[in-house]
Ligand binder design. Structure first.
Ligand code: ADP
Ligand code: MG
Length: 392
């Protein structure tokens, strides 16, 4: 669908629901092309609000605030999937909205998301929806244990998940989650975790970034290396699957799909994100067009930018744990010179005021002549940042 207002001229207002680091990097990319950005975020001084041209402080469900955003902005998007789809639907009465609320709604619910992946002809890990006690008692498939119980909605960074070895543990975990709708997923032996970021424009034109190879620690993304060191045929399968999901959804915007790869090369869809993704942060420093610039281009009805990668890149997440000495509670500022002293290491900090263990505070992208070289430097930076500040 094309909009009469497209293409938007620089100086136009773009609106953003959500105020975290993804929003911050979107603001910076959109502003560098001359757009103005207004952020709706309940927090007083979140990462995006502190760089946005305007901040409307309020709840995502507050119709007055949504109207104010929709009337100011020519087009609006979201920076995280936990923004209620109905807020996007409401905004659509006032301005251009992408992605569509219907697409966001699917990504918001693990049960719908898995069913959607299967409708696209793709495989997912064996699972069962757990909506109530009856689903636990009636669970026929013992092979789902050991498994992971995941709340169907509102999870991120491994939150809202519990490992369960048997029916009794499943029962306890379900109660602990307050009886909300969940999925029980079989714990798989993962050979690789991959992700693919694509951007799809209003007219359907689609571009795909190189495949990222991801390492998670404790359910949180730790490192992404790109391009993934995998069989090119597997990279192609993952890319085609992501493009297929985007086309089937008639998706407009930036979309990321996470995959599990098993030892026999079976490819399972894990989940999708209707927005730029942490594993795509490397695109800022390593690609012609960052995933955030791409998000702004789509919203503005501009042509998509090139997705070519200049150099192999490894991205390291900086979690709040680094702001504490060892495992202690003693706060410190990490020694950033240990990062920026390397000319091919690029530091990104999100300006979050409070560091907490497991909280994403920033990332480093290291560029290299080869992925191995970049990985080597990432290991060194990780070790240097872990050392007590002042020690050499
Ligand atoms: P989140 O929304 O928190 O990213 P995910 O479902 O992607 O939730 O889970 C986070 C990480 O936990 C995954 O990237 C993977 O490393 C691990 N994980 C999740 N589900 C499984 C599974 N079924 N088998 C093995 N590992 C899993
Ligand atoms: Mg995930």
């Amino acid at each position: 669908m094309k909009h009469d207002a497209h293409p938007l001229a620089p100086g136009s207002w773009l609106g953003l629901l959500g105020g975290g680091q993804l929003g911050r990097m979107f603001c910076m990319a959109a502003q560098s092309m001359g757009f103005k950005v207004c952020v709706l975020d309940p927090a007083a001084d979140g990462p995006a609000a502190s760089v946005a041209d305007r901040h409307i402080q309020g709840d995502y469900l507050d119709k007055e605030k949504l109207r104010e955003l929709g009337q100011l902005c020519a087009a609006c998007t979201t920076e995280f999937e936990n923004v209620p789809a109905q807020s996007l639907a409401f905004l659509r009465e006032h301005c251009i909205v992408s992605p569509a609320p219907e697409a966001v709604a699917i990504a918001q619910d693990r049960i719908d998301e898995k069913a959607f992946a299967q409708r696209c002809g793709l495989e997912v890990a064996p699972y069962a929806p757990i909506l109530g006690r009856a689903d636990i008692d009636g669970l026929a498939d013992e092979s789902l244990f050991p498994g992971i119980l995941k709340a169907a909605r509102l999870g991120y960074d491994g939150k809202g998940q519990a490992s369960v070895a048997n029916r009794a543990e499943l029962h306890d975990a379900f109660l602990q989650f307050g009886g909300v709708p969940c999925v029980l997923e079989k714990r798989m032996d993962l050979e690789h975790e991959l992700s693919v970021v694509v951007a799809r424009a209003f007219a359907g034109e689609t571009v795909a970034y190189p495949v990222a190879e991801n390492v998670h620690r404790g359910g949180i993304l730790a490192v992404s290396a790109v391009p993934a060191r995998i069989d090119p045929a597997l990279a192609l399968r993952a890319t085609e699957a992501t493009v297929r999901m985007a086309h089937t959804l008639e998706y407009v915007g930036v979309l990321c799909v996470e995959f599990f790869i098993l030892a026999d090369d079976t490819m399972l869809v894990n989940e999708m994100a209707p927005r730029p993704h942490n594993s795509g942060h490397y695109t800022i420093d390593a690609c012609v067009t960052s995933q955030f610039e791409q998000q702004a281009r789509v919203l503005a009805g501009w042509p998509l930018g090139g997705v070519q990668q200049h150099e192999p890149a490894v991205m390291l997440n900086l979690l709040g744990d680094l702001w504490f000495e060892g495992a202690s509670q003693v706060a410190r500022e990490p020694d950033w010179l240990q990062v920026v002293k390397h000319p091919r290491a690029k530091l990104h900090l999100y300006g979050k005021r409070e560091a907490r263990p497991g909280r994403k505070m920033g990332h480093v992208t290291v560029l290299g002549d080869s992925l191995d070289q970049a990985q080597g430097l990432v290991r060194r930076i990780e070790a240097d940042l872990d050392r007590p500040v002042g020690a050499s």
